[in-house]
Design a protein around this ligand. Sequence first.
Ligand SMILES: [Zn+2]
Length: 221
Amino acid sequence: MNQKVHRIRPARRSNEAVGDIDPAERAQMIGAAARKFEELFDILQLDYKNDHNMQETPMRVARMWVEELLYGRYNAPPAITDFENVERYDQMLVTGPIEVRSTCAHHLLPIYGQAFIGVLPSPDGKIIGLSKYDRIAQYFGARLQIQEELVGQIGSYIMDMTQPRGLAVRMTAVHLCRTQRGVRASMNSRMVNTAFYGEFLTDPNLKAAFLQECLALERNG
Ligand SMILES: [Zn+2]
């Protein structure tokens, strides 16, 4: 079979960006992926051609992967508009719950949950609009991930872009690879992890204050 295959960029991990791809390349990728889904359904003996529920499924699923589930692989990160920290605010702020949706790199099953982000701004630095934190979490979630690395990617990006004195990212999520298959854990079974940066790493009181705010926001969220 001599089918034209999408150009592969240098080896990268599944949760890294290959960068913006243009609309023509995107359309070609979706078409090629749809043909491969047809082939996969044939192998799995799923008769997409005759099953009235599945006739559009190969193209629908191909488009979903390229445009939604893997959006963060083929698009640039959200632009950050920052504001001068005029009042030189330097106390901790915590935002959340931020809805996070992602896809597990091991099983291709959904991960869904919530993130909480704590920031200790630098009085000389910049601050960013609150909704940007949601957009950043959505963007990095739209790749094949494991939760440990997702939290780290969100944290590193915010650190790089805003250089606060400290940053904390906490995520609590349900993994369908644990609930839908395998041990079939309860849908309430979650994984929680946190990434700390700057003063959050060295100040136990700050860390404790952040976790307390997370629990309060979680109760109300
Ligand atoms: Zn998994």
